[in-house]
Design a protein around this ligand. Structure first.
Ligand code: NAI
Ligand code: MG
Length: 527
């Protein structure tokens, strides 16, 4: 693996300039009394401090958001959409600054930060041009054709609460907020404590694009104590993070009878069939396993390779991994960046060491790289992993993948599905019809054929999310927009009532109804 120099002092001074002033985006109820450190994972250095908000700040944020929501919802959809069309261009114009902020506080490679800029731009464009169609009131089949009329309206839910993680600090703070705001809601977000500057920078730009200041509130700080009041005050909760925290959020939302969506972890399988284009699979799966140093909910952590191509695949896969360029540069030349934190490095190390102790073989990697930065870990490939080991069952969320051999389609599908998770899967075959058939048998919310994760993620018109312990609800597409709305059915009875007409005895009414219903079932268009 090639190595680059660690970040030097002159680059750090650029960082402090980059973050200056962003604290003013945070909502606090009074003067800030408590702050927490934000660290640069590339060096471990503290790059700034942000308010450690408390429940009173969350209350203040909801008060303001609630007040702002009415006027925001009163604007026409076109007016709201215009803000986001401007935002789309503004994000692209400010891409370099955004990439700097994302990189400095997440430690990821610049090209992986760029995927976030792309995601925000594409999601914003998609929903800005779809919102009107989604929000249009629609006529529906009436109770009694001709005699009554039914219309469904789509109202905003009110104030949406978002809790976002650190792995995609730009995408996951903004892309779920965009449809919520376009639908006429206001938003209160608590970004991950490790990466809040990115959210602040992106929200500052959104205000510049014309979003009313109070329509998007930010509180910075920790899940404990902010999570509970955020869920208690929200009219809808959108959470992305670990399955463990997701369960806490869901149970709190349950207590308040508040709807929520949860996008949680994955232990995503990749399958390389005997008829796969091995070279293409190697390239795609390297992205699938090591993008963002594997800290991606839809990244692949288990690869099942058919026995006929196993040897060839593994050799080429390991060879290419050993050429990956690890580093801390603020340039697009780096293939793999740092892990986010000590905690993440510990978890990754533990999974690998445990598997090694239980008999797994490390084909490449398997060690940290403190020479590059405190939390770097080498892209790692393991074999001889027993499927009962934690490494096969639990989300590692790092640059670690285990490879298993298989010989039969039914067997590999069963093994791929043998997981508490159900987020994403990837199948490689030159027979696309076979790939599509296999995909339908996989128990995950997205399946990519001849791609690792990006084809399904970027298909913004289609829902994205998890089955089983990987979550509840979906982002993207109509699902990812309409979840932020409250449907309201208005029915108008134009003539007669919903009972026996005057003068008709009820026994006769019942007899007529029985005949009518039987007839109705037999007439297409009346069902
Ligand atoms: P986490 O789920 O605790 O953190 C995600 C967000 O939830 C952060 O904003 C955090 O401040 C907030 N949070 C923490 N405790 C909370 C609570 N009691 N109530 C409400 N919000 C709370 O994840 P963490 O600890 O940062 O990472 C642990 C593991 O979770 C990772 O190793 C990875 O396996 C998984 N993870 C999965 C993500 C995904 O995209 N699916 C994203 C981040 C982590
Ligand atoms: Mg589920």
């Amino acid at each position: 693996m090639t190595v680059s120099e660690t970040v030097d002092e002159s680059e750090l001074s650029v960082e402090s300039e980059l973050l200056a002033g962003l604290e003013s985006v945070v909502t606090t109820a009074g003067p800030v009394t408590d702050r927490f450190d934000v660290e640069a994972p590339f060096t471990g250095a503290v790059i700034g401090q942000l308010p450690a908000c408390g429940p009173e700040d969350v209350e203040e944020a909801f008060d303001r958001a609630d007040f702002a929501q009415e006027a925001w919802a009163d604007r026409s959809v076109e007016e709201r959409a215009a803000v986001f069309k401007r935002y789309h261009d503004l994000v692209l114009d400010h891409a370099e600054e955004l990439l700097d902020v994302v990189q400095v506080e997440s430690g990821k490679a610049r090209r992986h930060a760029y995927e976030e800029v792309l995601d925000v731009a594409i999601t914003t464009r998609h929903y800005a041009y779809r919102a009107e169609e989604y929000l249009e009131s629609e006529p529906r089949d009436a109770a009694i054709p001709g005699l009554s009329e039914t219309t469904v309206h789509h109202h905003p839910v009110g104030v949406v609460g978002i809790i976002s993680p650190w792995n995609y600090p730009l995408s996951l703070a903004i892309s779920d907020a965009v449809p919520a705001l376009l639908a006429g809601n206001s938003v209160v977000i608590k970004p991950a404590e490790q990466t809040s500057y990115t959210a602040l920078k992106a929200i500052e730009l959104l205000r510049e694009a014309g979003l009313p200041r109070d329509a998007f509130q930010v509180v910075t700080g920790f899940g404990e104590p902010l999570g509970e009041p955020l869920v208690a005050n929200a009219d809808y909760v959108c959470f992305t993070g670990s399955s463990a925290t997701g369960r806490i959020v869901a149970s709190q939302a349950g207590e308040h009878l508040t709807d929520c969506s949860l996008e949680l972890g994955g232990k995503n399988p990749g399958i390389v069939c005997e008829d796969a284009d091995v070279e293409r699979a190697v390239d795609g799966l390297i992205r699938g396993c090591f993008t963002n140093a594997g800290q991606l909910c839809i990244s692949l952590e288990r690869l099942y390779v058919h026995e006929d191509v196993y040897g060839r695949f593994v050799e080429a896969f390991v060879d290419e991994i050993e050429d990956l360029h690890l580093g801390t540069e603020y340039s697009h030349d780096v293939d793999v960046g740092s892990l986010i934190s000590e905690q993440q490095l510990e978890k990754v190390t533990e999974h690998v060491e445990e598997a090694k102790a239980e008999g797994a073989t490390v084909l490449t990697g398997g060690t940290g790289r403190p020479d590059l930065g405190p939390y770097f870990y080498e892209p790692t490939v393991l074999t001889d992993v027993d499927e009962s080991m934690a490494l096969c069952a639990e989300e590692t969320f790092g640059p670690v993948v285990s490879i298993y051999e298989y010989s039969d389609d039914d067997d590999v599908i069963e093994r791929a599905n043998d997981s508490d998770y159900g987020l994403n899967a990837s199948i490689w075959t030159e027979d696309l019809e076979r790939g599509k058939r296999m995909a339908k048998r996989i128990e995950t919310g997205t399946v990519n054929v001849n791609e690792a994760y990006a084809a399904a993620w970027v298909a913004l018109d289609a829902p994205m999310g998890g089955m089983k312990d990987s979550g509840i609800g979906r982002r993207h597409g109509e699902h990812g927009f309409m979840k932020y709305t409250e449907p309201q059915t208005v029915a108008v009875q134009k003539k007669l009532g919903m009972t026996a007409p005057p003068g008709v005895p009820y026994w006769l009414y019942a007899k007529i109804m029985n005949k009518t219903l039987k007839l109705q079932r037999r007439i297409p268009g009346m069902r």
